[in-house]
Ligand binder design. Structure first.
Ligand SMILES: Nc1ncnc2c1ncn2[C@@H]1O[C@H](COP(=O)(O)OP(=O)(O)OP(=O)(O)O)[C@@H](O)[C@H]1O
Ligand SMILES: [Mg+2]
Length: 380
């Protein structure tokens, strides 16, 4: 068995009665598959004439085995990409796969096909050669353009995390080959970081010194800070308790906030570009709700509930009206922005039991801060 998910199981096989002995078998996982699942196998089979073994796992036949339909594909070698993920991929390896993947997708688009379900599980990769083959064409489309009607997410084929916004039916845009490019971007992101940007995965928690995590991120952002001639200051509490958190996800949050701050100050011509990162222990009375108060006056040790990290900048600041919209997915004011940074950051912080919000900085600019609960929950 190569891989299995809720819908299909994928295995390798041999047959000796044929010119093409090495095969892949795709069968429904369920004993009683719903018609949509059967339809997807049939649909993939119907596209066989347009799929080329140089860049796709080409369907050979559709047979029945033990009462179940089984789609037989030519086995070109390689293994499903999702089995190589879960941690950041070595850069050379990534670049080789990325080039192969972009090439394969380009070939598919030249055939006038849109895959619509590009994700690591549907990509076969050969580590040695860097070759990539597409598979999982069950919802691929022949049309150059089509409009998706809004359906509840459960019935949308493909996994939402990798899906382009227009494909979810929530945006008034048509699907074209660019939707595949969006999914490709999500896949690249996951290859490079080991996690999805819209991180639905539960945090992998370990005990962390957040000051250390902040230090790691500052090291990553150092050249950006220098290049933008930003005056950078830290004010980290030296008695910060450990928190339970996912180091990579929290790095991602802090990095997003730093890069946003640097980008916000990019337009500042006169006046200093000042960026500050601070950490401290606090009593966060809100414990998750938006309008809570935060106190950090003299408290005995037992009363701290959270660690607070704040990123301050001296940029143009925020429009108080639209402050919460910043956290909406795909909200951006940048020509090159995806508008995902803050949405993802907030979902990560909330998955950790904390909260992330924005406010005006004291003198000028904006402050983005988040809390994370200390290990011992003392909130009722
Ligand atoms: N420090 C800041 N000062 C002023 N505006 C900000 C700041 N941080 C974020 N914003 C505003 O919030 C918007 C959304 O930020 P978000 O990080 O979600 O997306 P983005 O930076 O535009 O794109 P990306 O997905 O590449 O991060 C930004 O486009 C910008 O308008
Ligand atoms: Mg951003």
């Amino acid at each position: 068995m190569l891989r299995q998910d809720e819908e299909f199981e994928f295995s390798r096989g041999q047959r000796d009665d044929s010119e093409i002995p090495n095969i892949l078998l795709v069968a429904p996982t369920s004993e009683h598959p719903v018609p949509a699942i059967l339809g997807r196998l049939e649909h993939e089979y119907s596209l066989r004439g347009q799929l080329d073994t140089r860049w796709a796992a080409r369907p050979l036949t559709l047979v029945r085995r033990d009462g179940k339909p089984v789609l037989i594909l030519e086995d070109v070698g390689g293994e499903p990409l999702d089995q190589l993920l879960g941690q950041p991929m070595e850069l050379n390896r990534f670049l080789r796969f990325a080039a192969g993947l972009a090439g394969a997708l380009g070939k598919l688009h030249q055939q006038g096909l849109i895959h619509k379900d590009i994700k690591p599980a549907n990509l076969l990769v050969d580590s040695a050669s860097g070759a990539v083959w597409l598979t999982g064409f069950g919802i691929a489309s022949r049309l150059p353009r089509e409009r998706q009607s809004a359906e509840p997410p459960e019935t949308i084929a493909g996994i939402l995390a990798y899906m382009a916004p227009e494909q979810t039916g929530r945006m008034n845009r048509s699907i074209d080959s660019r939707s595949d490019l969006y999914s490709l971007g999500m896949t690249f992101y996951e290859m490079l970081t080991g996690v999805l940007p819209f991180s639905a995965a539960p945090p992998q928690k370990e005990l962390l010194d957040l000051n250390e995590t902040i230090g790691e991120v500052i090291a990553m952002a150092r050249s950006e800070i220098r290049r933008n001639r930003v005056l950078f200051q830290t004010d980290l509490a030296n008695d910060l308790p450990l928190i339970a958190g996912d180091r990579i996800q929290l790095q991602q949050v802090i990095l997003n906030l730093l890069i946003n701050a640097i980008e916000a100050m990019g337009g500042v011509r006169d006046g200093l570009r000042e960026l500050g990162v601070s950490s401290e222990k606090v009593l966060d009375i809100a414990g998750g709700s938006e309008e809570g108060t935060l106190e950090n006056k003299a408290l005995s040790h037992a009363e701290w509930t959270h660690v607070l990290v704040a990123v301050r900048d001296s940029g143009p600041g925020l429009d108080p009206e639209g402050i919460d919209r910043l956290f909406d997915a795909f909200y951006t004011t940048k020509s090159q922005g995806m508008g995902m940074g803050l949405a993802i950051s907030r979902s990560i912080v909330e998955a950790h039991g904390g909260r992330l919000w924005a406010a005006a900085n004291q003198s000028k600019g904006a402050v983005f801060q988040f809390t994370l609960p200390l290990r011992i929950e003392r909130m009722s």
